[in-house]
Write a protein that binds this ligand. Structure first.
Ligand SMILES: [Zn+2]
Length: 194
């Protein structure tokens, strides 16, 4: 069974996991930031991570993989390739996630929903709801990283390759700000020295 021994080390090595003092897109501050796109930028590495996640999902015998665009597309495709099943994605149509581009799910189809990072679990739950509204059955959910701290609210088996639970702070209460450092917006500046 393909395994990744030190995914956290790999994330740090490719700069996908940064430690320091960050302002997240939510406006909250955090001592860590994860950008899975950097992990998946190397196709061979993406394939290896996809195979590892596929091994976790295989016991649930999915007929296909469904992922939310954009974050879930690369890892979802790699998982589907490793399982040898079709891959489809949902994307925003106005406020709602929807199957577009002629993608269809069969009644009773066993679907695995795949994400890169689960934080609140909202887009994953929305993706599962689209599958179920189409008559399919969500048999498992998989993610590279679980940042939910167990608060994802999924009602089917959930597998993640790595659990990370970093604190977030409102700026006024941020101990890193109190210590006198400035929060960095990831992606908006040269990479911080950590
Ligand atoms: Zn701060």
């Amino acid at each position: 069974m393909p395994r990744i021994d030190d995914l956290e080390g790999l994330l740090v090595q490719c700069d996908a996991l940064r430690r320091g003092h960050f302002q997240l897109s939510s406006g909250l501050h955090s001592p860590a930031y994860v950008q899975c796109a950097l992990l998946l930028a190397d196709p061979a590495r993406a394939r290896r991570v996809g195979a590892a996640l596929a091994a976790e999902l295989a016991p649930h015998r999915p007929d296909s993989v469904l992922a939310p665009a954009l974050g879930g597309v690369i890892i979802g495709h790699e998982v589907a390739a490793a399982l040898g099943v079709p891959f489809r994605f949902v994307e925003r149509q106005g406020e709602e996630l929807a199957l577009r581009r002629g993608f269809e799910l069969a009644a009773g189809e066993r679907v695995a929903v795949v994400e890169d990072v689960v934080t609140t679990g909202k887009s994953t739950r929305e993706t599962a709801a689209v599958a179920e509204a189409a008559g399919a059955r969500v048999v498992a959910i998989g993610a590279i990283i679980d940042r939910s701290g167990g608060r994802h609210g999924f009602d089917c088996p959930f597998a993640a390759l790595l659990a990370l639970d970093f604190p977030t702070y409102r700026p006024a209460e941020c101990p890193l700000c109190a210590a006198g450092t400035a929060a960095v917006k990831p992606g908006s500046r040269p990479r911080p020295v950590v």
